[in-house]
Design a binder for this molecule. Structure first.
Ligand SMILES: Cc1ncc(COP(=O)(O)O)c(C=O)c1O
Length: 345
C-alpha cells in the first residue's frame, strides 16, 4: 500500500457525507414516518415527485428495495418482467423479482445495453393460454453494466409506446438518472415520461449515506407504502436521512459534470496504453478491457490495490472505474498514471 490515501474508483457509493451534509442531517426536523409522518421526508418525497414529473413518491432505505416495490406494483405472480439482459434487476438483486413476487425475468440481449421499442415489441407475446403474459417492462438509465450508458428520451418514448401497445407498464431504474439528465442536458422529468414507477438514488453520485425514492401516480402510494413496510423499509425519524438527500439536490447535482469530465479524462489518459482499452464514457463510469494475453481482472486488481488505485472486476478481463464526489481531477490523473504503469509493467 502506498503512503498516500488510495484512490477509490470502485463505485460512486463509496462517498462519505461532507461536514455540510452532516450538519443538514443533524438539524433536520423529524417525526415518526411510520406512525404519522416525518416532515423532512415528506418534503423530499414531494420535491422528487415534482422533479420527475410524477404525482407522488416514497422514500426508501435502498435502491434495491425501491426497485422491488416498483416491480411489485406493476406485476402479478406468474407474469414476466421484460428488461435488458445486463440490468441491475437481473444480476444484482439476488433474483428478488422471482423470490419476492413470483415474477419471471425475460432478459433481452442488446449489443450495447440499450433496450429499444422494437426489442420490447419483439419480447411481448401474443395473448395465449400456453405462455406467460408480460407483467411489466423495466429500463435502466444510466445503465451501470453497460458502462454508464445513457438512454435518450426518444428511446424511452419508443419503449413506453411499445409497452402501451402490449398493455403493460414501465418501471425505470434511475439510480443514476441524474447523470443521464446531465449528460443529455435535459430535465429529469423528460427521461421519466411514460414510466409508471421511477426509482432514483441519493447514495450514488449525489453523495448521501443512504436513500432512494420511488415515484408513481398518486393512487399507487397506499400499496407502495404497504409493500415497503412488508419489506422492512418503514423508517421512523427518516428526516435525518431525507435531509441529506435534500442537501444533495441543492448542492451536489450540478457538480456531477465534474465526475463526467473526470471519467472522460481517465479514458483519454489511458487511450495510449497498449495494455488496456478504455470505453468511451457517456457519464461517470469507465470500463477497462484488459488486452495483454494472460491479464485477468483477478490478477491485476491486487496489483492496482497495492499501487493505491481501487477498481472492481466486471467480467474476467474487464475492470470498472467510477468517478465521484470524493475523487478530484488530480486523483484521476494520478490513477491513470498508476493504471498505465501497473498494467504495462
Ligand atoms: C442501476 C442500479 N440500480 C439499483 C441499484 C441498487 O441500489 P442500492 O445499492 O441502494 O440497493 C444500484 C446500486 O448500485 C444500481 O447501480
Amino acid at each position: 500500500m502506498t503512503a498516500t490515501r488510495p484512490i477509490d474508483l470502485r463505485s460512486d457509493t463509496v462517498t462519505r457525507p461532507s461536514p455540510a451534509m452532516r450538519r443538514a442531517m443533524a438539524e433536520a426536523e423529524v417525526g415518526d414516518d411510520v406512525l404519522d409522518g416525518d416532515p423532512t421526508t415528506r418534503r423530499l418525497e414531494q420535491r422528487v415527485a415534482e422533479l420527475l414529473g410524477k404525482e407522488d413518491a416514497l422514500f426508501f432505505p435502498s435502491g434495491t428495495q425501491a426497485n422491488q416495490t416498483g416491480i411489485a406494483l406493476l406485476t402479478r405472480p406468474g407474469t414476466e418482467l421484460v428488461l435488458e439482459a445486463n440490468a441491475h434487476l437481473v444480476h444484482y438483486e439476488l433474483a428478488g423479482v422471482a423470490a419476492n413476487w413470483g415474477v419471471q425475468i425475460r432478459p433481452v440481449t442488446t449489443p450495447d445495453g440499450l433496450l429499444t421499442g422494437d426489442l420490447v415489441r419483439g419480447a411481448l407475446r401474443p395473448a395465449s393460454p400456453h405462455v406467460p403474459r408480460v407483467g411489466a417492462v423495466a429500463v435502466e438509465n444510466t445503465h451501470n453494466a453497460a458502462g454508464g450508458k445513457v438512454m435518450p428520451a426518444a428511446v424511452m418514448a419508443g419503449i413506453v409506446a411499445a409497452a402501451e401497445q402490449g398493455d403493460v407498464r414501465v418501471h425505470l431504474d434511475g439510480a443514476r438518472l441524474w447523470n443521464a439528465a446531465l449528460a443529455l442536458g435535459v430535465p429529469l422529468a423528460s427521461l421519466a415520461r411514460g414510466a409508471a414507477t421511477v426509482m432514483v438514488s441519493f447514495s450514488k453520485g449525489l453523495g448521501c449515506p443512504v436513500g432512494s425514492c420511488l415515484a408513481f401516480a398518486a393512487p399507487d402510494r397506499a400499496l407502495a407504502w404497504e409493500i415497503r413496510k412488508r419489506l422492512g423499509g418503514g423508517m421512523r425519524q427518516s428526516g435525518i436521512l431525507a435531509a441529506a438527500a435534500l442537501y444533495a439536490l441543492d448542492c451536489n447535482l450540478s457538480r456531477l459534470a465534474e465526475d463526467h469530465a473526470n471519467a472522460k479524462l481517465l479514458a483519454d489518459r489511458l487511450s495510449d496504453c497498449a495494455a488496456v482499452r478504455p470505453s468511451d464514457p457517456e457519464s461517470n463510469i469507465v470500463m477497462l478491457d484488459l488486452l495483454r494475453a494472460g491479464d485477468t481482472a483477478d490478477a491485476v486488481i491486487p496489483k492496482l490495490t497495492r499501487a493505491g488505485v481501487l477498481v472492481v472486476p466486471f467480467g474476467a478481463r474487464r475492470l470498472r472505474a467510477v468517478t465521484h464526489l470524493d475523487v478530484s481531477r488530480p486523483d484521476v490523473e494520478r490513477a491513470a498514471g498508476v493504471i498505465s504503469r501497473v498494467l504495462s509493467g
